[in-house]
Every structure is written in structure tokens, then in C-alpha cells.
Design a protein around this ligand. Structure first.
Ligand SMILES: *Cc1c(COP(=O)(O)O)cnc(C)c1O
Length: 375
């Protein structure tokens, strides 16, 4: 007998999410010095956290023996204010990935389905599988969400639709006009999740919160502190939704899911607009540089609106392995079915030029130049 026979059957085929490889793992496996390795694989902020967040967290550490405020009054209040909402419109997660799971907990039963774009964040499908639900994948011409196609794919068993904007791993966006047309086509019984983990990288962010303000009860907008805020290790993110939907989701939440240090660090980070601006500017500079380099190396890439770029390199897995041996961690895309592509996070200019120098060794046909000039 195996205990597997008694576990929920959908768990058998569940393939765990494959994150970017940690620096220490690579160092251990290859006998490299961790300080020589760069990780540009998980869309983290190369500037680190806001110094103000770090200061606030240092102080908060002294209070680590006390349970956090489960209602996270100050942080939810500050988030609500930023978006012109009220505290009951805000739910915190241990990363916004946890809020994705709340939605699954609240709405999915076996036999239901979710609708997503073909190449999008793989957590949605994993989460659906966890609850025994199917995933309907809608083709994405030019790696962009086909919102008409997504709306058309909704059927009577659809419970949730995910729109990741800007989209990971493709870096593409859909426009405000497309979003406005889309929302009108989705029935009120279907929850629409706008996952906006990278929205702060746009100069002019798109607005999905207005649907919530206009009284739609089936919309939730997700943001995270893991990306532009540089607090991925802290595990904190949030959802914005109608009070009714938030109330539903709150029922599925562990009382202390947002820890004390995370609440304090996130609050200080949220208020540090300068750090976010500096990150946005560094990202733009690095992204332009990388895209120019790809063009001069003759590599096809998807023009990105985010802090990562999808680039076609031939054998993605092989490049990933070769670069890893040289201390540069990027992300292979085989788990997304994109065997010829890799995804690279925009780093500091020093990291970007190192990546390009290494990449240059592996492009076909071999280059003569030592470092490509990316004019
Ligand atoms: C990184 C990311 C998130 C957020 O992850 P957390 O660290 O759990 O907040 C959510 N959605 C997408 C598409 C992401 O890339």
C-alpha cells in the first residue's frame, strides 16, 4: 500500500513550480564562489530593497517574538490610500502567488476550469490542478494575450480568468482600450484576476482598479512587493477587489500569513517612490541595451515592457547550462514549451554586459568580436 492511494488524485500529476536556480545551489553544484555568480533569472530587483525598507525591518526584528497584526492595519491602509480604495478592499498574501491560491480555494472545485493565455505565468495552471480544475489555454499570436479569444473561451464551467499584464514570460502588454472592451464581455459569475506583478515598470501604468471602483464584484487586481520593490525574499503581495470579493478571500487566509517583518518592510518600501523610480530607470536603460545587443547578434527577441526579455537562442536549455557553468544564471523556457527561447532579467549594467559577453561565445555562427558593440 502507498499513502498516495489516499491522497487527492490530482496531486499525482502535479509538477512542482520550477523557480530560478538559487545562487548557492549553483555554487555548490559547480564548485564556484557564490560572489562570482550572477542570477538574472527571477525578475528580481538588482538594486536590492529600498534602504528605507531595510532600516524599518531592522527595527522590527526586535519585535519578532510578538505575533504580527493579522489584519495588517497600517500596510493595508497605505495600499488602499495609494489606489483610492478602502482597507476592506485590500487582501495581503505571502507573495501575490498566495492570493492566486486564495482565489482557487474560494472558487474552484474538481471539473471547473480557468482560462489563461498560452504563454503566461505557470502558477495559474498549477494552482488550478491543485484544486482538480482544468486549464483552457488560448493561443497568443505574437506572444500577446488575445483578450477576445479569452473571453470567447469562457464556458459554463469557467470560474476564473487570468490576465497577466505585462505578461510573464513574454514581456508583452494589452492596452487600456483592450482591457475596457474585455471586461464588458466577462460574465459577473467569473472572477477576473489581473495579475500586475510588473505594472510599476510601465511609465504610464494601466488602470484595472477603476473596474473595482465602478462596482464590479468579480475583479481582483494583484500587485507584489517582489519585483520593483525588491522584496522577493520577504514574501509579500496583495490583491485589490470589491469588499465582497475580499471578504470571500479572507475566509481562505491563514490569520498571520503576512509576517511582521514583511508588513513593516513593505510599508516603508511602498512609500519610497525614489527607489521605485531609480529601479524603473535602471531597467529601461538595461532593457534598451540588451535589446540592442540581441539585434546586433541577430537574435530574435520579444520587445519587452517589463524587467525581463524573452530571446530566441536556438537550444535554450543548452545555453542555460553553458552560462550556468560560467556563473550566469538565466531561465530556460522548456517548462513553457519554448525550447528555443530563454528569459533573461534586466540586471545592473555590469551584469548585463557580463551576460552579453558570455552569450557572445554561444551564438551561431561564432562571433569574432570579443564583446559586441550594441549601438
Ligand atoms: C513574480 C510574479 C508574481 C508575484 O510573485 P510573489 O513573489 O508571490 O509576489 C505574480 N505573478 C507573476 C506573473 C509574477 O511574475
Amino acid at each position: 500500500m502507498s499513502i498516495w492511494n489516499y491522497a487527492n488524485p490530482q496531486l499525482r500529476d502535479l509538477v512542482a513550480y520550477e523557480p530560478g536556480k538559487p545562487i548557492d545551489d549553483v555554487a555548490r553544484e559547480l564548485g564556484l564562489d557564490p560572489s562570482e555568480i550572477i542570477k538574472i533569472a527571477s525578475n528580481e530587483n538588482p538594486l536590492g530593497p529600498s534602504p528605507k525598507a531595510v532600516e524599518a525591518m531592522k527595527v522590527a526584528v526586535e519585535q519578532a517574538h510578538i505575533y504580527p497584526d493579522g489584519g495588517a492595519y497600517y500596510l493595508r491602509e497605505a495600499i488602499a490610500k495609494k489606489f483610492g480604495l478602502e482597507r476592506p478592499n485590500v487582501i495581503l498574501g505571502n507573495g501575490s502567488s498566495e492570493v492566486i491560491e486564495f482565489v482557487g480555494h474560494a472558487f474552484l472545485t474538481p471539473g471547473d476550469n480557468i482560462v489563461v493565455s498560452r504563454h503566461t505565468f505557470s502558477i495559474y495552471k498549477l494552482m488550478a490542478q491543485l484544486f482538480g480544475a482544468e486549464t483552457i489555454e488560448v493561443p497568443d499570436p505574437h506572444f500577446t494575450h488575445d483578450l477576445d479569444g479569452i473571453a470567447a473561451a469562457v464556458n459554463e464551467r469557467t470560474k476564473i480568468v487570468f490576465v497577466n499584464n505585462p505578461n510573464n514570460p513574454t514581456g508583452t502588454i494589452v492596452s487600456q482600450a483592450q482591457l475596457d472592451a474585455f471586461i464588458d464581455k466577462i460574465p459577473e459569475r467569473v472572477v477576473v484576476v489581473f495579475d500586475e506583478a510588473y505594472m510599476e515598470f510601465l511609465d504610464e501604468p494601466l488602470d484595472t482598479v477603476k473596474y473595482i471602483q465602478a462596482g464590479r464584484t468579480n475583479v481582483i487586481t494583484l500587485r507584489t512587493f517582489s519585483k520593483i520593490q525588491g522584496l522577493a525574499g520577504l514574501r509579500i503581495g496583495y490583491g485589490l477587489a470589491s469588499k465582497e470579493l475580499t471578504e470571500v478571500l479572507q475566509k481562505t487566509r491563514e490569520p498571520f500569513n503576512a509576517n511582521l517583518i514583511a508588513q513593516v518592510g513593505a510599508l516603508a518600501g511602498l512609500l519610497d517612490e525614489d527607489h521605485q523610480k531609480a529601479t524603473r530607470e535602471l531597467t529601461k536603460e538595461g532593457r534598451d541595451y540588451l535589446q540592442r545587443c540581441f539585434a546586433s547578434l541577430g537574435l530574435k527577441y520579444v520587445p519587452s515592457y517589463s524587467n525581463f526579455i524573452l530571446v530566441k537562442v536556438g537550444n535554450g536549455k543548452r545555453l542555460f547550462e553553458e552560462l550556468q557553468k560560467r556563473g550566469v544564471i538565466i531561465r530556460a523556457m522548456d517548462s513553457y514549451g519554448l525550447l528555443e527561447w530563454v528569459r533573461v532579467t534586466v540586471g545592473t549594467m555590469e551584469q548585463n554586459t557580463r551576460f552579453i559577453r558570455e552569450l557572445n561565445h554561444f551564438v551561431e555562427p561564432p562571433r569574432t568580436q570579443e564583446v559586441p558593440k550594441c549601438h
